[in-house]
Design a protein around this ligand. Structure first.
Ligand code: G
Ligand code: G
Ligand code: MN
Ligand code: NA
Length: 252
């Protein structure tokens, strides 16, 4: 028995799907886009958590093939259900992928498949894994950015290198980890860290997305502080593309 073999087989057999969690513009309540989150439904075994299977994929050289599979599924979804040219779809990519020249072609292929009217893309790079400060990473980020793809640092504030990242890698968005959102209204240290992140983003001119927003109180605080975007169970759970389409239509 090998989870690695099961992942490979799962890709071939179509066991992976993508669910999309809406991202809300706090300024007007509209839906600005969605984050694509992979789901693995193993026949007879049920759902496997993505943090688990991505960890396995990462340690066995499968992270890039799995992300290419994600791009294929997202391409298929958006062709069937175009969301509009300004609708921003967030794709989680791994540090190991951003180091490879192939990331540029992989993203270009997805954009070509989808067409410019169906969505816009944001690549979410997690801060939990170190991103090596090598030339190819800068070059890839520069090429992707120049081609109109947006870049975000995911789980911001949870790694060891938040500030160094901002200096080295120019990005469009910071995604505030839900641990900081959960601290709103408490006197925990994390509540102070959140204030610091908000101040930093304003000074740098980077837009913020708050993750894990679950209460009206959290939403009101974030909006009052000038945070631009929010996602979380308060609005919606991740859902299949058809449900997302209906959810967005309902909101308008
Ligand atoms: O979807 P939640 O629903 O449980 O996702 C858990 C974690 O799994 C997320 O924090 C995210 O970092 C990771 N994850 C989900 N989908 C993907 C994906 O397509 N690519 C990568 N790299 N990570 C993903
Ligand atoms: O990329 P990443 O780490 O950020 O993935 C987002 C994860 O957070 C997914 O597992 C998603 O299901 C989960 N999530 C989304 N909204 C909420 C929320 O409001 N509360 C909690 N606890 N988890 C959430
Ligand atoms: Mn993410
Ligand atoms: Na995150």
């Amino acid at each position: 028995f090998s989870l690695v073999a099961a992942i490979r087989r799962g890709m071939r057999r179509g066991e992976f799907e993508v669910h999309y969690q809406p991202v809300i513009d706090l300024r007007d309540g509209s839906c600005a886009g969605a984050e694509a989150l992979m789901r693995w439904f193993r026949p007879g075994l049920g759902a496997v958590r993505p943090d688990l299977f991505f960890a396995v994929a990462e340690s066995s050289g499968l992270a890039i093939p799995l992300t290419r599979h994600l791009f294929k599924l997202v391409g298929r979804d958006l062709r069937r259900c175009p969301m509009g040219p300004l609708f921003r779809v967030g794709l989680n990519i791994t540090a190991s992928h951003l180091v490879e020249l192939s990331i540029v072609d992989d993203v270009a292929r997805l954009r070509k498949v989808v067409g410019s009217g169906a969505a816009d893309f944001v690549l979410e790079i997690t801060e939990r894994e170190p991103l090596p400060p090598i030339e190819q990473v800068y070059r890839n980020m520069g090429v992707l950015s120049a081609s109109g793809v947006k870049l975000a640092i995911d789980d911001f504030g949870t790694g060891h290198s938040s500030l160094a990242y901002l200096e080295r890698f120019p990005v469009d968005y910071l995604k505030i980890d839900r641990g900081f959102v959960a601290a709103i209204g408490t006197d925990a240290v994390n509540a102070s860290v959140l204030e610091m992140i908000i101040g930093l983003a304003a000074r740098l001119g980077v837009e913020l997305t708050a993750e894990g927003v679950e209460t009206h109180g959290q939403r009101d605080y974030l909006a009052a502080q000038g945070v631009h975007y929010a996602q979380g169970f308060l609005y919606a759970r991740p859902m299949p593309i058809e449900a997302l389409r209906a959810w967005v239509d309902e909101l308008r």
